[in-house]
Design a binder for this molecule. Structure first.
Ligand code: DQA
Length: 143
């Protein structure tokens, strides 16, 4: 079973970006942890990050038939992108939406997600661990 972990805009800055909010762990460290967890769960994990929405849309379209599930932290696109919602629905691949921060406790515009109601599950507020919890939940659901 192959799982795609996708991160959207500005998440390459993790570790130095608002560390009081997002923590000190880098995205590279998160990816390492997820690959290790993938080994424990007997799934293969590929990780991508992009600041370009079209690149993410193309990656999701190409994921069909390759990946059994997607863990996605869409960053700011979560709250803005109908196109991303459509790409995920169009791929028909089950996905889990994750966020490091507790988006429900932040600005009102972050309370809106274009993804949550069509996601298999949503995890937010656990810092970098949100990704690992999302991966575990997704693999459990797929099995
Ligand atoms: C985020 C929350 C989003 O609102 C924000 O735009 C991000 C990070 C999170 O992981 O907490 O870029 O997705």
């Amino acid at each position: 079973m192959r799982i795609l972990v996708a991160s959207g805009p500005n998440l390459q800055l993790l570790g130095t970006r608002e560390p009081e909010r997002y923590g000190a762990t880098t995205l590279e460290e998160i990816h390492g942890r997820l690959r290790q967890l993938g080994t424990e769960l007997a799934v293969s994990v590929d990780c991508i990050q992009t600041n370009h929405e079209g690149v993410l849309l193309d990656a999701i379209a190409a994921a069909r038939g390759v990946y059994a599930g997607i863990v996605i932290n869409a960053g700011g696109w979560t709250h803005t992108s109908v196109a991303l919602r459509d790409a995920l629905l169009g791929s028909a691949i089950p996905f889990v939406e994750v966020h490091l921060s507790n988006v429900a406790a932040r600005e009102p515009f972050r309370h809106v997600s274009y993804l949550s109601d069509v996601a298999s599950g949503v995890v937010f507020g656990f810092g970098s661990e949100s990704y690992a919890l999302g991966l575990r939940g997704l693999v459990g659901r797929l099995r």
